[in-house]
Design a protein around this ligand. Sequence first.
Ligand code: ADP
Length: 313
Amino acid sequence: MTIIIALDIGGTQIRAAAFRRGSTTPETVQRTPTRGEGTAFERMCALIQSIWPEHGAVEKIVVALPGPLNPETGVIFSAPNIAGWENFPIGPELEKRFGVPARIGNDANLAALGEWRFGVAQGHHHVLYLTISTGIGGGVISDDRLLLGFRGLAGEVGHVTVLPDGPLCGCGQRGHLETLAAGPAIARYVQEQIKGGATSSLQGKKKITAREVSEAASQGDVLAIQALERAGTYIGQALASYLHLFNPSIVIFGGGVSFSGNLLLGPVKAALEKHVMDKSYLKDLVIANAALGDDAGLMGALALGLLPDKPDN
Ligand code: ADP
């Protein structure tokens, strides 16, 4: 019996699960805060140790990580909110520590892989996954292969310019989709409009979240509806370009903001129809919500662990 150990490293917590090969139900799951005593790497190693099986051999360790990385070399280039993970060779370090092969993947890329193998995209060969949360990330599966690019950096669907000279993005560039349509952008827009004199049920709140905007919109708040429309329109415009590039048969929406449902997806679809260059891109296109939810990272890591090591998928 062989075991795959899957980890999902988030900004707030690290989760680890041990899966028996052939099973999608973990034998054990453990979690720990990302920040605390010791380095994030040490905390991660302690977690792996805590779920290491007494019986059976660990085949490999697979880690979903929140940052740009090279899956070939196992080096993470940077991880927002995790100190010391600049050009950190996390894969080789894990191999040294535990003596088994270790593989890493970007968490949004792996969520795409997870949805393809275990979730809503099963049976599809061309998949586009978008997560709309604190940031916007995603993954592309083309012909049943995860698109990685030259250095493993492909699939950054949140970092395309939709408004030249627009607001500054967390990455340092201007007018990227993420800075116009992710959760914080939706909340910021409502806050700015209220400051400018717009009326809303969210007036008087010190801090507004996208979740609150979504709740207010579902109660009919005009400004909140408008904020989701604005974000959805930007997403739909970008999505038209993604369809032209990748021609997927399914587009999956994940991340907290996707819980806004049709308040967001309605404007997405309207903008998509307006901007797509030929209706054949939309024919039989499935637009679906992610099925794996919070487990996307872990299940994506498992999906990566189940792929043969070569070809380099
Ligand atoms: P993370 O970015 O840490 O992965 P999430 O995917 O939950 O976490 O995304 C967080 C963003 O999603 C926040 O901007 C939050 O306000 C928003 N959000 C969370 N739940 C909902 C909801 N039910 N409806 C709309 N937005 C939500």
